[in-house]
Design a binder for this molecule. Structure first.
Ligand code: SF4
Ligand code: FES
Length: 367
């Protein structure tokens, strides 16, 4: 649709944050510090209307996330509504709360795919990071039930200084659980993870070793396991196109119905977000001020404005620029072509060998 100067493509994917409630309290959580309370959550009927509008807008797939989406008793109703709107329904879950009966109900509702997160590969490490004793055993039971129900499974693992050494075991676990794909992402420092950056920041040696192990595993497990690896931003030389470019391919709906260009956009001072409860999704996507703020290249400062990568990475991540430089309109400080990189190098030098996990601030609703 024209915005006067360029064609804005429709979104392809939508992240639906059904709730911020979660039985786990991982310190690497990217949810905001000010977690949404249960009373503010959208109803299943409201989600159903959002899915209908999203499909009409062009969205093809919805990622049902949280918090822990299974914390909602009406998750099955929400999944059925997504499928009813013609969307591919991917459930991103910790597995806690997914009993065999619940999984059967989700299959009946039409869930297409499940991404199951693990915080480690043993009860000791996983339960410590997740802050939930017995959590690992419950995840394994959920994984078995998912396999028995024939649900397509991806294993998700967020890696940081305290579990990167378990990388080969993550690949083994994925195969043992019958996953065809494993998504290993190093912590993105937003929300609670940003609070815990010094605790979680991997060392450069760990990152190099992780890259080597990933390359080795890809060769050894070809045809059995697809390995997606997201290395830590801070050790890269050039940024990624966060969200594929602001307002270009995807959008997030917060538990209260606020529509966000990315999951951390609420950290940007002064940015106002429309709510699907009172504004049509199409209006928000094509004409909402939050989506227009950093869309395309017109907003860019130098050196991005005259850089040959400006339509490759779109200046990187706005929320990372804010978190590190205090300015969401600055180039991503990961970029070595920009002056902000010096600040990131200082941070890495200071935090690359920071305190132990006991110093972490565990995620909690209500602070
Ligand atoms: Fe990307 Fe800007 Fe760096 Fe160029 S200068 S690579 S556009 S962040
Ligand atoms: Fe907000 Fe990257 S997380 S732009």
């Amino acid at each position: 649709m024209p915005d006067g100067t360029r064609i804005i493509p429709p979104p392809i994917a939508m992240l639906a944050e059904l709730t911020h409630r979660c039985p786990l309290s991982c310190p690497y959580c990217s949810n905001p510090l000010d977690l949404a309370q249960r009373e503010s959550e959208l109803s299943a009927e409201e989600w159903s209307e959002i899915f209908r509008q999203a499909a009409a807008l062009g969205v093809l797939q919805v990622h049902l996330s949280g918090g822990e989406p299974a914390s909602r008793r009406d998750l099955e109703v929400i999944v059925a509504a997504a499928r009813g709107a013609g969307l591919y329904a991917n459930l991103i879950t910790s597995g806690i709360g997914l009993t065999a009966d619940r999984i059967a109900a989700l299959v009946t509702a039409g869930v297409d795919h499940v991404q199951l997160s693990v915080q480690g590969t043993t009860p000791a490490t996983a339960d410590r990071v997740g802050g939930y004793r017995g959590g690992f055993a419950r995840k394994m039971a959920a994984a078995e039930a998912l396999a028995a129900a024939g649900v397509a499974l991806t294993l998700n693992a967020v890696m940081h200084r305290h579990n990167l050494g378990e990388l080969p075991e993550v690949f083994d676990l994925a195969e043992r659980l019958g996953a065809r794909r494993v998504e290993v992402a190093c912590v993105q420092f937003q929300g609670w993870a940003l609070e815990n950056r010094a605790v979680l920041q991997p060392t450069r040696e760990q990152v190099e070793e992780a890259k080597r192990l990933v390359a080795e595993a890809r060769a050894q497990r070809r045809g059995r396991l697809v390995i997606d690896f997201v290395p830590p931003d801070y050790y890269a030389d050039l940024p990624k196109a966060c969200m594929g470019g602001w307002g270009s391919t995807g959008l997030n709906i917060a538990p209260d119905g606020s529509v966000l260009p990315c999951h951390a956009a609420q950290t940007i001072p002064g940015m106002r977000f429309a709510n699907v409860k009172d504004t049509p999704l199409e209006e928000i996507w094509y004409r909402g001020p939050a989506f227009a703020a950093f869309r395309g290249t017109d907003w860019m400062p130098e050196p991005c404005r005259s850089c040959d990568r400006r339509e490759v990475d779109f200046g990187g991540c706005r929320c990372q620029a804010l978190a590190v430089l205090g300015d969401a309109s600055a180039p991503d400080p990961v970029c070595r072509r920009t002056p902000g990189r010096a600040r990131l190098d200082l941070l890495l030098a200071a935090e690359g060998n920071g305190p132990g996990l006991e110093a972490a601030r565990w995620r909690r609703i209500g602070g």
